[in-house]
Design a protein around this ligand. Structure first.
Ligand SMILES: NC(=O)c1ccc[n+]([C@@H]2O[C@H](COP(=O)([O-])OP(=O)(O)OC[C@H]3O[C@@H](n4cnc5c(N)ncnc54)[C@H](OP(=O)(O)O)[C@@H]3O)[C@@H](O)[C@H]2O)c1
Length: 326
């Protein structure tokens, strides 16, 4: 089932397939698995695919073309121009590269991946408008834009989306950004909807979560290598939430993915819930996520269970480091 995506004329499924992991973001990845994962996601009914030039330096876009090039007219493609390429000439060149990688003549939704303080936003939005006028992109938007950046972008152009980190372990956007998205009819595409696998029902303890994925502000920076932030995290509140989720899995008979995605689908202004998989079997599991709808009492329990962590992590919408977004 599809629905109109915000102010656009795109008809999209609420579940969006996330192409980052297929390009190796989570470690060694067989290309045959990535291709099968994409084809199975389409087979179960997903028509919305999210990629970026930054994922494998174009490789993720190429994989999408290889897997579903023959289905181009059936699917909606979103891609993103990398932060270092937001000057107008660089955006134009990046879009040409992405079109070539994707084997298509238009990108349905094209986003600025992260804000870039070195380039005036008006210049970047101006380039996006030109690309739209040329028919190379159908709609444009932003990603990782907080309250002030989003308001600036809205004053400059017809922003069609803000792609943001949003899931039960990270509700920062609810403080200031989600209300703007709601009132301006800017759908939120939620990323890391399964918290990179923590919400896929495989881990009983935060300590079991792979070290190279424990990079968000919820984790204590002293425990794990290679983290951007320098905070002590909120692991006690995080473990409390994980325990509550396992209890709800037992009580409701629903899987943790169904709880996580069902909750996101119910939230205001959410236009797409992005989920990434690594192989065909995981993609077949997306079918139940397309269908899931949670009862009001389950939703209320999830709200309550995740509120302490939400308060402790606060309103900064950057999941990995503080002070980079505004
Ligand atoms: N705009 C941005 O800045 C930004 C940033 C990050 C992500 N994104 C987008 O969001 C997408 C998704 O986010 P994400 O990549 O962070 O990860 P995610 O969707 O939160 O989690 C993906 C992981 O969940 C596990 N999983 C999924 N389905 C499963 C199943 N049926 N059974 C068991 N495990 C399952 C897999 O873990 P294993 O690997 O352990 O199998 C998979 O790698 C990305 O692909 C990308 O499109 C955007």
């Amino acid at each position: 089932m599809t629905e109109k995506f915000g102010k656009t004329d795109l008809e999209t499924t609420k579940i969006v397939y996330g192409c980052m992991g297929g390009a190796g973001a989570f470690g060694a990845q067989e290309e045959t698995d990535s291709i099968e994962a994409l084809r199975e996601a389409h087979e179960v009914g997903i028509n919305f695919f999210d990629t970026a030039e930054a994922y494998g330096n174009g490789y993720s876009e190429q994989l999408l073309s290889r897997a579903l090039g023959d289905k181009r007219d059936d699917i909606v493609i979103s891609s993103k121009v990398a932060t270092q390429n937001l000057a107008p000439d660089d955006i134009m060149a990046a879009c040409e590269r992405s079109l070539k990688n994707l084997g298509t003549d238009r990108i349905d939704l094209y986003m600025l991946h992260w804000p870039n303080r070195e380039v005036p936003l008006a210049d970047s939005i101006g380039a996006l408008k030109t690309l739209k006028d040329q028919g190379k992109i159908r709609w444009y938007g932003v990603s990782n834009f907080g309250r002030d950046d989003l308001n600036d972008a809205l004053a400059l152009g017809d922003v069609a989306v803000d792609q943001l980190p949003y899931h039960l372990f990270f509700r920062a956007i609810e403080f200031e950004v989600q209300p703007i998205c709601k009132s301006a009819n800017v759908p939120i595409m939620c990323y890391s909807s399964l918290m990179q696998g923590l919400l896929a029902g495989k881990y009983r303890s935060l300590q079991d979560f792979p070290v190279d994925r424990a990079r968000t502000r919820m984790f204590d920076h002293r425990k794990w290598a290679d983290v951007v932030h320098k905070e002590e995290g909120a692991e006690e509140a995080g473990q409390e939430l994980l325990d509550a989720l396992w209890k709800m899995v037992d009580e409701t008979g629903l899987s943790m993915e169904e709880l996580a995605v069902g909750w996101l689908k119910s939230r205001e202004a959410v236009g797409g819930v992005i989920v990434g998989t690594r192989n065909g079997a995981q993609s077949r599991g997306l079918k139940k996520l397309l269908d899931v709808q949670l009862d009001a009492d389950v939703l209320a329990s999830l709200d309550r269970a995740s509120d302490r962590l939400k308060q402790e992590l606060g309103a900064d919408i950057d999941m990995w480091g503080k002070g980079r977004t505004r």
